[in-house]
Design a protein around this ligand. Structure first.
Ligand SMILES: NC(=O)c1ccc[n+]([C@@H]2O[C@H](COP(=O)([O-])OP(=O)(O)OC[C@H]3O[C@@H](n4cnc5c(N)ncnc54)[C@H](OP(=O)(O)O)[C@@H]3O)[C@@H](O)[C@H]2O)c1
Length: 293
């Protein structure tokens, strides 16, 4: 007889994010006291996608709220790769800028990889460069990709030990699925990465102790894809007729889970907090101030 989990622990990102931001604020105050320099995040937005504009504005405002500066570079839809790379290179060479966030996705004509690489490892506070992917993969000091790093910190806060667990990541994007898989692997999980060409996805997710959904399709994951007691992390954020929802059909899946993240209020706040935290850490490193108290 199988046991049915009916009351999962709901993993809430907001309190963990708030604690992280409070620590970050202390670090920012210390940096300003010791150097007289206010840490600064530069955000780069190319084009006029309303959702991206909203995300970038939110990131800039959160920086200011926690004692840092933010400058916003907004480039035209028609910008070329060369123009965007030149602007990002200028920011990478600007000593008053300590972190650079390039909002993804960019217009189709832009070579996103070339733009990301122009950031360089030291200011890559969103963890999108090859350098950061390398440090994540080898568990070396560096900057984590904001959403996957936020998920790892959230799991740690809930005492989820991924060692030896079978984690199935659905999605392999450069900002989410792939770095997620690498961070889980570096923490000794056994990792399976699934994507749009995966055959019989439910048969794979049914073997998982942990499922991370990073697909971009509303309510995609269903209860009969999961085994009893699974931990489900929903990184999705999708507009739908019933409001913003995740990639996991929460009401269907929750009764089967031991732990699950809600949308909103789960992964989202962690992504922003990690970006702000890593900006303050980047500033500390560049200005020669200890990151820790
Ligand atoms: N909460 C946050 O802070 C945050 C941050 C970033 C993103 N997100 C959300 O996370 C979700 C994923 O974002 P993303 O940028 O990673 O998206 P993306 O770049 O579109 O990647 C989606 C991934 O899902 C895979 N996929 C698509 N359809 C599939 C299917 N039917 N079966 C299995 N895999 C499938 C794709 O496979 P292929 O590689 O084969 O195409 C791809 O690897 C979105 O909802 C996004 O809004 C949230």
């Amino acid at each position: 007889m199988s046991t049915t989990t009916t009351n999962p622990v709901v993993i809430k990102g907001k309190p963990i994010a708030d604690a992280l931001l409070a620590d970050c604020e202390k670090r920012v105050r210390r940096i300003i006291e010791k150097t007289g320099v206010t840490p600064c995040l530069a955000t780069v937005l190319v084009g006029s996608d309303p959702a991206s504009e909203k995300y970038v504005d939110r990131k800039g405002k959160l920086c200011v709220k926690h004692g840092m500066k933010s400058i916003k570079i907004h480039m035209a839809d028609t910008s070329t790769t060369e123009e965007v790379v030149a602007k990002v290179t200028e920011l990478a060479n600007d000593k008053s800028v300590h972190g650079i966030l390039v909002q993804h996705p960019m217009p189709k004509q832009i070579d996103e990889r070339a733009v990301f690489e122009a950031i360089g490892g030291a200011k890559d506070v969103d963890g999108v460069t090859f350098h950061s992917f390398g440090t994540m993969t080898y568990a070396l000091p560096g900057f984590g990709s904001a959403t996957p790093e936020g998920i790892m910190r959230m799991m740690k806060a809930y005492d989820i030990d991924v060692k030896g667990k079978h984690a199935v990541v659905i999605g392999r994007s450069v900002i989410l699925g792939k770095p997620m898989a690498m961070l889980l692997l570096a923490s000794h999980a056994t990792v399976t990465i699934c994507h749009s060409r995966t055959v019989d996805l439910p048969s794979i997710t049914r073997m998982a102790d942990i499922v991370v959904a990073a697909v971009g399709i509303a309510d995609f994951v269903k209860a009969d894809w999961l085994k009893e007691g699974v931990i489900v992390i929903d990184a999705g954020f999708n507009p739908s007729p019933k409001g913003n929802v995740g990639d996991v059909d929460y009401d269907d899946c929750a009764p089967k889970c031991s732990m699950i993240t809600p949308v909103p209020g789960g992964v989202g706040p962690m992504t922003l907090a990690v970006l702000i935290d890593q900006t303050s850490i980047g500033a500390a490193r560049q200005l020669g101030v200890s990151e820790l108290e």
